[in-house]
Structures are given as structure tokens and as C-alpha cells.
Design a protein around this ligand. Structure first.
Ligand code: NAD
Ligand code: MN
Length: 470
């Protein structure tokens, strides 16, 4: 297990000597301690990243960068089981999910290794003649700040495009979940990626986050986390006019029309809100059901939710593990307090931070639990009568991240997909994340996009070069 900082290709203790204890959410017990970085380590890491940038990574032939990323992808595959178990222990992720996420990390590096060759410029016929073309150049040192809910894949989907475009990066995993990101940093060295290209600094967000965002040598900040911290990062980044991309909170809709395949919608909807114990920015936590099928949908949904195995993340059949921390479970429980409509939502297990999925039928649009991001296994359901009224309620939210529409009417699917205010949307499916496609939100869910070619472009500066021919 890597428990030190990864700076310039080596594992080391933090300058302050401070450490952070990590608690296994399945047992509630401390299982290891990791070094906590401080402002002094930020200084060393950023300087090292800038050096690595100037001394070669930015000028390395694209094919060589691609080869390095492919070597890293191969190492992730070789070590996938170990990576999966790190996230399982660290955040309570069910082992089958953790395995899928480790494999996803490898696929992301493979995709961006290939994407390097598609990072093209243009030739432009400027009016006065001469030869005009554009270059996509790396920005320099990128700061990558990740949350704890999907520690490994989010670290990968920030690091891969950043490095692919020729940048160096300082990755800050969430203080609760540093282990798989540290492993990624160590594997990058093993893959022959030069020292300093990918630095990994676990530690308290407030202290080192500010130092990273305001450092004069950092040129881009890619952040995934809460809306409150995202706003603060935008304010801090404004001082240095840094490029930013912010992937923030959500309160996504799941819209079920009467003509949908009700069995499929009802059996797949529970995991689209309870998956990852509801700690998913894309959780479809506001469920809108067309009146004629409301009763039947609620019945089937509750039955499917009851069938989800809550328990030890190490067991293959477990669908829902513990919440990440005692504090997270308490903050979820506050939403359920004194609400007689709640079905489920009880604590289970003598130890660990388990909570059964909770369903609240008949929610009102003014309920706190309907309006705010819970970030736990809580589903709110509400009937609707007309498309217009439903869309007004759907868009009456500060967030705009994700969502699903269930219908067999193609025209309606297209019409509603255009009207829902969100960055991503799926029809007859709850998958929001595709490595090849842009992912992100609008309104208070953020700005900029991760994944796909959009993310790669977001780590570049577009330069125009004109060559006189006369
Ligand atoms: P968080 O905002 O508390 O923390 C995210 C990261 O920011 C952590 O690494 C944290 O240490 C760091 N941080 C804290 N203070 C900072 C500061 N002042 N400057 C810089 N960095 C700082 O979020 P969380 O609790 O880890 O994750 C849950 C939130 O993340 C939810 O709101 C969820 O919706 C959101 N999220 C969004 C997406 C998305 O893609 N839109 C994906 C996953 C999670
Ligand atoms: Mn938090």
C-alpha cells in the first residue's frame, strides 16, 4: 500500500510530518494512515511538475506520449484487483463495482492514448493570403482535484487527458480516499512516465487546495466535488485568470412516461439512485411518473429496491455497501427525520456505516429532500399529469447534471431531451458516463466537460500561427 506523497516519481513523507488516519466504512475502524501534504509540499510538487513540463514532456513526440499512456493502461489492468480492493476498503465500494471502475480507468488511458493523434488543428484561408494554421498546445501544470465517491475513475479521467495533451499534473485526491490515486501515481513511474509528470498529493482540501489553485505556475484547475467548494475555486481561480472546469452536485430527474417499458424502468431505476449507496453526482433522485402508471411503478420500484443486497462490500452479491463515513450517514439521516412517508432508510449491521435504501413516495416540490442533493440512498417519487407541468418542475432546480427519460415514443423522447436543463441525459437507460462522450453539467452543476475529445481540448491552449508567403 502506498501511503506517502508521490513527488517526482518517489514516495515520500509530507514536509509537516502530519498523517491522516483512514477508516474502513464497512467496519468503522482505522486501517491505515497516509501522509498529509501541506503548503510546502505544494511548492515542491508544482515546481517539480513545471520542471518535468519544460524538460521534455511537452515536447515529447505524440506517439511516445501515447505509448507511455498505453503502458500505464496495461499496468492498471495487471493491478486491477489490487486497485479495486483499495477503493473497496477505503470508501466501502462493493467489490464488483470497484473492479468495473478499475477496468474503466484502464480504458480511459487507452482512449486518450488513441485520442492524442486526433488532437488536430485547422488550416484557415485568411483573407489577405499567407498560410494560417492552429496548434493545440498544452497549458502547463494542471491541478486535478477529485472527490471520494469514484476515487479511481475520476482520477483517471482527469489525469489521462491532461497528460495526453502534454501537460504535467498535480492530482489531489479527496482526503478520505487517497489510496487508489497514490497507486496510480506509482504505476505511472513504473510505466516510464518521467518523474514530476504526475504528482499525487493527498491532504486537507482547504489548506493545499487553496495553495494549488492560487499558485502562479498552475494554469488549469479541473475540479470535481461539491457546488460550495466549486464556487470557492472559481473565485480563487479568477485572481490568476486560470482555466477551470467544475463538475459539481446534482439532483437529477428520472422521468417515466405511461407508454414506457414499465418493468424495465422500474427494475433499473433503483440502482440509478441507490447505486454507490446514492453517493453519485448523477443519482436520479427525483422520480417523475406519469399518473396512469404511478401506483404500479411505485409498487415495482419498492419491490426492486427491497431486493437490493445491502452489506459487506467484499461479497460479490452486495449491491449497496456502507456510506463513506459516519458523518455522511448522519447527514443523510437528517433528511429522513420525522418523515412518516419514508419506506426503508434504517441502519443495518452492528458496525459500519450502512443504511437501507429509502423511498419517499408522494413528495412535494417544496420538500427539502426533493430540492437538495442528499448524496445518499434516498429516492423521491412524484406523479405528473402533463409534459409541460412536469418539465417546469424538472427544471425548477438549481442543478442540471444528468437525467433519464423512459418512453417508447421517439418524438416525445427527442422533445423532452431538448427541454430538460442538463449536461447529459439518457433515454431508456440510466448510463450517463461514456468514455468517448462529453460529461458534465449546467447551472449549479458546473461548467466545462470531462471525458471525450472535449476534455482533451480543455487541457489545451488554441494557438493561431500565421506565416507570410510574400
Ligand atoms: P468536496 O467538495 O467536499 O471535496 C472535493 C475535493 O475538493 C476533495 O478532494 C477535497 O479535499 C477538495 N477541497 C476541499 N476544500 C477545498 C478547497 N478550499 N480548495 C480546493 N479543494 C478543496 O466534495 P466531496 O464531498 O468529496 O464529493 C461529493 C460532492 O461531489 C457531491 O456534491 C457530488 O455531487 C460531487 N460530485 C460531482 C461529480 C460530477 O462529475 N459532477 C462527480 C462526483 C461527485
Ligand atoms: Mn465533502
Amino acid at each position: 500500500m502506498i501511503t506517502g506523497l508521490i513527488i517526482d516519481g518517489c514516495e515520500r513523507a509530507g514536509a509537516s510530518g502530519r498523517t491522516t488516519p483512514l477508516i474502513n466504512p464497512a467496519t468503522g475502524e482505522v486501517f491505515c494512515e497516509t501522509a498529509a501534504a501541506s503548503a510546502a509540499d505544494v511548492e515542491t510538487a508544482v515546481a517539480g511538475a513545471q520542471r518535468a513540463f519544460e524538460q521534455g514532456w511537452r515536447d515529447l513526440a505524440p506517439g511516445k506520449r501515447a505509448e507511455a499512456l498505453l503502458r500505464l493502461a496495461a499496468l492498471i489492468r495487471e493491478n486491477a484487483e489490487e486497485i479495486a480492493r483499495l477503493d473497496m476498503q477505503n470508501v466501502g465500494k462493493p467489490i464488483t463495482d470497484a473492479r468495473a471502475e478499475a477496468a474503466l480507468g484502464a480504458r480511459i488511458f487507452e482512449y486518450y492514448a488513441g485520442a492524442i493523434a486526433r488532437l488536430c488543428g485547422e488550416t484557415i484561408p485568411v483573407a489577405g493570403g499567407g498560410f494560417d494554421f492552429t496548434l493545440r498546445q498544452p497549458v502547463g501544470v494542471a491541478v486535478l482535484i477529485a472527490p471520494w465517491n469514484f476515487p479511481f475513475p475520476i482520477a483517471c479521467w482527469k489525469a489521462a487527458p491532461a497528460l495526453a495533451a502534454g501537460n504535467c499534473a498535480v492530482l489531489k485526491p479527496a482526503s478520505l480516499s487517497p489510496l487508489s490515486a497514490l497507486r496510480l501515481g506509482a504505476l505511472a513511474s513504473e510505466a516510464g512516465i518521467p518523474p514530476g509528470v504526475l504528482q499525487v498529493l493527498p491532504g486537507p482540501g482547504g489548506e493545499i487546495g487553496d495553495a494549488l489553485v492560487t499558485h502562479p505556475l498552475t494554469r488549469k484547475v479541473s475540479f470535481t466535488g461539491s457546488t460550495a467548494i466549486g464556487r470557492r475555486i472559481m473565485e480563487l481561480a479568477a485572481r490568476g485568470l486560470k482555466r477551470i472546469s467544475l463538475e459539481l452536485g446534482g439532483k437529477s430527474p428520472n422521468i417515466v412516461f405511461a407508454d414506457a417499458d414499465l418493468q424495465k424502468a422500474a427494475s433499473s431505476s433503483p440502482m440509478s439512485v441507490f447505486g454507490n449507496a446514492g453517493q453519485d453526482c448523477c443519482a436520479r433522485s427525483r422520480i417523475f411518473v406519469e399518473r396512469p402508471v404511478y401506483g404500479r411503478f411505485v409498487e415495482k420500484f419498492i419491490e426492486a429496491a427491497r431486493g437490493l443486497v445491502v452489506g459487506d462490500p467484499e461479497r460479490e452479491q452486495t449491491r449497496i455497501g456502507p456510506l463513506v463515513s459516519a458523518a455522511q450517514r448522519e447527514s443523510v439521516e437528517e433528511f429522513l427525520l420525522n418523515d412518516h412517508r419514508v419506506l426503508g432508510g434504517e441502519r443495518v449491521g452492528g458496525r459500519g456505516f450502512y443504511l437501507r435504501p429509502a423511498t419517499i413516495p408522494g413528495c412535494d416540490t417544496t420538500d427539502k429532500v426533493w430540492r437538495e442533493e442528499v448524496f445518499g440512498p434516498v429516492a423521491c417519487i412524484r406523479p405528473f399529469d402533463t409534459e409541460e407541468a412536469m418539465l417546469r418542475e424538472v427544471n425548477d432546480s438549481p442543478y442540471g447534471l444528468s437525467g433519464s427519460i423512459w418512453t417508447n415514443d421517439l418524438k416525445r423522447a427527442l422533445r423532452v431531451a431538448r427541454r430538460v436543463e442538463s449536461g447529459v441525459l439518457s433515454v431508456n437507460s440510466h448510463s450517463s458516463v461514456h468514455v468517448e462522450a462529453p460529461f458534465g453539467g449546467c447551472k449549479q452543476s458546473g461548467l466545462g466537460r470531462d471525458l471525450g475529445m472535449s476534455a482533451l481540448e480543455g487541457y489545451t491552449e488554441l494557438k493561431n500561427v500565421f506565416i507570410a508567403e510574400e
